[in-house]
Design a protein around this ligand. Sequence first.
Ligand code: NAD
Ligand code: GLY
Length: 365
Amino acid sequence: MQSGHTDPLTVELGERSYPIHIAAGLLTDGTLLSAHVRAKKAVVVTNTTVAPLYLERLRSTLQTAGIEVIPVILPDGEAYKTWETLNLIFDALLENRCERKTPLIALGGGVIGDMGGFAAACYQRGMPFIQIPTTLLSQVDSSVGGKTAINHPLGKNMIGAFYQPGAVFADMSTLNTLPDRELSAGLAEVIKYGLIRDLPFLEWLEAHIERLLARDPAALIEAVRRSCQNKAEVVAADERETGERALLNLGHTFGHAIETGLGYGEWLHGEAVAAGTLIAARLSCDLSWISEADVRRIEAIHVRAGLPVRAPKLEVARYLELMSHDKKVEDGRLRLVLLQAVGKAVVFDGASVAQIGAAIEARCT
Ligand code: NAD
Ligand code: GLY
């Protein structure tokens, strides 16, 4: 079947550059998929929710193109983003005598993409990797840029590797089965791009958020394209997060503390990022960088997207302890992504513990 898609975007990384295809119907586009899955067999890592929805469609397309599929079906959920689940992938790769050149395809949301990518980075020191993201969050963020990881009980995404995919296929028709709560969670990462570096995109979102919630196909494709364009530019400029890429973590230091503090899976990643973004906005306002009206504007777009804007009531000391494990801590100093203006984020290590604590307190329920 023709997917009728427009030109792919490209993540420009020299000889490791790769395309991001965004269109409805990609799972049935055998010509396109087989051009990137150049092997007689491929491993498809997915989970118990996504497999009944999309595994057969992908398997049939690849089989018609002469590619045998070895499915690896994992338990579903953030709570399973662990060493134990990762080992299930390695077990399957070894049992099926996969070779260094056997491609691994991640079919699912960010949890599957992050774990599948980490497995691909490690198995025989690196096998070809392809992302087929099926949640809004994974289409606009996690499938692009090569961050792969599993969680540790002490901290989120603490064990992982940078490992870029060879291609990303965002099949927009998969969003039709996504629960509303997951769609909203994805919008948190979409809004993020507007807040950190793309004011016109934020204005577009303010004008079209209801179309996105109603799953208007044209609006969704526009949101995914503009998000991926932003992400591709940042990753091309700073693949290993030595500078600008850290800005993609707006709200994440607080959000990761929420996810770890409540127990993985209690709040969705995007929900925790939304509440964390409002803490970052509060602190930015307390530093006199943005106005109270700006904070209200940031709150309003998150509320309209169906996202929580108040953080759960953990002790401030507990937040600070959890945040001390953040990957942006340098020489013991916490570096936070804050807003210098709506549409312009910066990394700042000058906020005092008292200021950070006050912002958390102010935004807790
Ligand atoms: P997820 O992978 O848990 O998927 C959300 C839920 O939707 C799951 O239950 C999943 O099985 C289900 N699902 C997936 N596709 C579906 C579909 N088409 N229809 C119906 N149900 C579907 O969560 P997520 O929000 O996609 O990803 C969150 C993860 O991504 C977190 O672990 C986060 O740390 C990670 N992440 C990574 C990066 C990165 O750069 N690598 C960036 C952002 C987030
Ligand atoms: N989601 C943050 C990053 O990819 O850098």
